[in-house]
Design a protein around this ligand. Structure first.
Ligand code: UN1
Length: 477
């Protein structure tokens, strides 16, 4: 089998490789992908450092053309790349094609941003002096991405990094090297100079650690678990390095008595269970007022019965497999904990078999949960959600905000008063009214508060905040 290699200083290198297995069918080997060493990471960082001076001064037309070309190729290959994504991550094919489309849109957006770089000219407080405020690239950026959005998250970190003139060392999650390799191959062939974008696939404990330990990374942008995020933060402080973290969520979806039941059920089913619940924006706490509680639980349970759990590539599948055996164990452990702590298992909870051997788990709904139970406080990252019964809107809001996290929050209501109050008073970075908490646009800020995020927002023009550094220059005229 061919080995998909790492890209270091413009050369494809690496002979150590490991198997990329499909979670829908563990007999299906997606490919052999290079496993980088700490030395590879060091060489990649050195290459990115050497490439920085020229790339940071590159013309905006060159950056525009490369990002635009990458966008066009990703879009033209969306079916093929979507199938690769579905195969290696387990997201169903339509969701996977949607994610690939989103990646193309992100590259298109930042191709445009390259043409819209601006600064400010302002008068000084003193006479005869002019002040210019400009943004400069940061330097070498380390990009560490998770497995759950194998093409969109790399796109929304790599595209702005390159657009604003930084060079990159990219380390994707171990479970999803396929999409990472494809996106780097596309950018490389689109004409990036040697060393501007380096790919080092491999273990977090080896490649990731070498990146954390490097004095030559000016910034690290990370999406993943809260635990690893903290390690990125500590190591970055040590090296005076800028860092941006997107971590966990325990997102609430409030359902009020006056909600349109169909809207509420569709939003909850989507947020809780689509993409197998493996989104940091998933809602795992369904906070429901008394008057609609029983109707909502009955309707959501009926909806869950109609969702087929099966191979991600099979037509008619609504929920693909869990990503691997480790994640499956975490999900089933939490299901046990939920039962032990007194929540009622209203639907699902079983690991199931399909024609192909994979990690299949039924969508699982708990009721009679309290907000203090572990299933309500800790991120499970699987197709598991619980219903918390509350008296009224005021209690719903208090419960929604009573969490260490603050990424996304939703409300289903037909009341303008409650929707408005919730938008203002939710302690989350993103608020959704009558919409799922997950599934965001590509051109507006993404990010959370509290333990969910640290640093400036990702995506859209707000991305400039992390990927550039401001300079203020004074000139005596
Ligand atoms: C989405 O909900 O559309 O890791 C995106 C995650 C997020 C991305 C969610 N960073 O799940």
């Amino acid at each position: 089998m061919t080995i998909y290699q790492n890209l270091i200083a413009g050369e494809w290198v690496g002979s150590e490789a490991s198997k990329n297995i499909s979670p829908s069918d563990t007999n299906d080997v997606v490919g052999m992908y290079a496993q980088g060493s700490a030395e590879d990471a060091k060489q990649a960082i050195a290459a990115a450092k050497a490439a920085f001076p020229a790339w940071s001064r590159s013309g905006i037309l060159e950056r525009h053309a490369i990002l635009r070309k990458a966008s066009d190729e990703i879009l033209a290959r969306k079916e093929e790349l979507g199938a690769l994504l579905a195969r290696e991550e387990g997201k169903i094919l339509p969701e996977a094609i949607g994610e690939v489309t989103r990646a193309a849109q992100i590259f298109d957006f930042f191709a445009g941003e390259a043409l819209r770089l601006t600064g400010e000219v302002v008068p000084s407080a003193r006479p005869n002096i002019g002040v210019e405020i400009t943004r400069e690239p940061l330097g070498v950026i380390g990009i560490i991405t998770p497995w759950n959005f194998p093409i969109a998250i790399p796109a929304w970190k790599i595209a702005p990094a390159l657009c604003y003139g930084n060079t990159v060392v990219f380390k994707p999650a171990d479970l999803v090297p396929g999409c990472a390799w494809a996106i780097v191959d596309i950018l490389h062939r689109a004409g990036l100079p040697k060393g501007v974008l380096n790919l080092v696939m491999g273990r977090g404990s080896v490649v990731g650690q070498a990146m954390l330990d490097s004095p030559d990374l000016a910034g690290i942008t990370f999406t993943g678990s809260t635990g690893t995020g903290k390690r990125v933060a500590m190591a970055s402080i040590e090296h005076n390095r800028k860092f941006q973290l997107e971590m966990g969520g325990k997102n609430p979806m409030v359902v009020l008595d006056d909600a349109d039941l169909n809207v509420a059920v569709e939003a909850a089913a989507n947020s809780g269970f689509f993409s197998t619940g493996q989104r940091c924006t998933a809602s795992s706490r369904l906070i429901v007022t008394e008057g609609i509680h029983d109707k909502f639980v009955a309707a959501l349970t009926e909806k869950l019965k109609t969702l087929n759990v099966d191979n991600a590539l099979k037509a008619g599948t609504h929920i693909g497999p869990v990503v691997d055996d480790k994640q499956l164990k975490q999900d089933t452990d939490y299901i046990k904990i939920g039962k032990q702590q007194g929540a009622r298992l209203a639907y699902g909870g079983e690991v199931i078999k399909r024609d192909t051997p994979g990690f299949y788990l039924q969508p699982t709904l708990f009721t009679e949960a309290t907000n203090q139970m572990r299933i309500s406080r800790e991120e499970i990252f699987g197709p598991v959600a619980s219903v918390i019964r509350v008296k009224n809107y005021e209690e719903a809001l208090a419960v929604a905000n009573d969490t260490p996290f603050g990424l996304s929050a939703g409300i289903a209501t037909t009341s303008l008063k409650y929707a408005t109050h919730f938008k203002r008073n939710s302690e989350a970075g993103m608020v959704m009214v009558n919409l799922p908490t997950a599934g965001v646009d590509f051109h507006v800020p993404f990010g959370g508060r509290k333990a969910s995020s640290f640093g400036p927002r990702e995506q859209g023009k707000y991305a400039a905040e992390f990927f550039t550094v401001v300079k203020t220059a004074y000139t005596l005229a």
